[in-house]
Design a protein around this ligand. Sequence first.
Ligand code: G3I
Length: 413
Amino acid sequence: MLVAASLLIGALIGCETAPHSNSGATLKAAYKGRFYVGVAINRTIAMGAAVRADNVNRNTEQIIKDTAVVTAQYNQISPENDLKWQMIHPSEGASGYVFGPADAYVDFGESNHMYLVGHTLVWHGQTPNWVFRGTNMPPGETNASIAAAPVGTNAPGTRGYGRGFGFSGPRASREELLERMRDHIHTVVGRYKGKIKVWDVVNEALADGGTNLLRNSPWLQIIGPDYIAKAFEYAHEADPDAILRYNDYSLENAAKRQKLITLIKSLQAQHVPVMAIGSQTHVSVSSPSFEQEDAVLTDLETLGLPIHITELDVNGAQGGQSNTSGDVASNAATTQGGLVTDADRKLADAYAGLFRAFIKHDHYVKVVTLWGVNDGVSWRRRGHPLLFDAADNPKPAFDAVIRAATKQEAKSR
Ligand code: G3I
């Protein structure tokens, strides 16, 4: 029924003039033969305008226009939220899965002939507490030892049963959690086998600051560092043909990038099937420049894997000019202070520089995904970070991205 509603809207949209720049150019056509240009879509787009089940406040007319931008401009989609554990597997057990929105996402992509990404299987965010609950004390620990553990190490922290847990009380054993992870990955990847071509298997496992390689997440605390390898192994078992991606943010930062390289080299040495690097690229109008992004990609290429730009947006808010984090908790601070002066021009320049770098590295860059269809639905909407405004009009940044491709075409002729 919902899928039917979505298809009906798709058919209606097909009759309209799709939004585009004055020249009629589209992103997918401009970059054809180089890389997919994609977009993260929310539930209203995947399920059709009849659905009001998201934190996105769009009316029917807006949703129809949003959907028209997606189908006209992009040839790849990612699900902004609906394949995350909390959404697709909110409760324990075989009956705890909710597949409706994810099925609609896949149907939408297939009926529009788009390359489908799955986001994300194993993450510290948007994972329900039941996943980590159990009957066990952390190995070798008591309440007193937990309280005494030093902050800033991989030892459990001072809150309840370790940092990052949204509850206090006994937790799952390593074996229980591995079994839950395996069941989740096999069920979700297995359901969309052959349809979803690329999976974000592990998301944001690296520690942001300090010397620890890995984030002190519940996954790390309960299973240990091999949770990453296990997740990739399970995903590979479930769909041997899927491209399995490790995805993280702030890879523009040299120290974090070095951690990524260390992690991936170690996985490669263990023959873990990690097949692509996802660089989220939540950046700002101040940086990275073309030269900086060129250097980022040059470093990442040393791993010898395809690079996917997975969550691109460019923050134009004054508060977010030195921030590349994907952390939703700190988002309000990074979109404070109004927009930078001459925001539209700076945004266009920033996007032009980034796409010039992606073009230069297109022997490695295979997918570029914008994190949202327009400024009105972006997680960073106050920073006006995307190529279309809230009314779905292309911004100067859109034209700059198109021009970056056509300039390159002219040069190579
Ligand atoms: O589903 C509930 C709904 O029931 C409730 O009424 C509503 C009230 O606010 O919230 C809804 O959940 C929201 C969810 O998006 C789905 O719409 C959450 O509050 C909201 O925090 C959540 O934000 C998402 C965020 O990830 C969560 O971490 C953003 O939309 C999404 O863009 C963002 O995406 C992440 C990537 O997955 C990973 N990398 C960083 C990136 C940006 O944070």
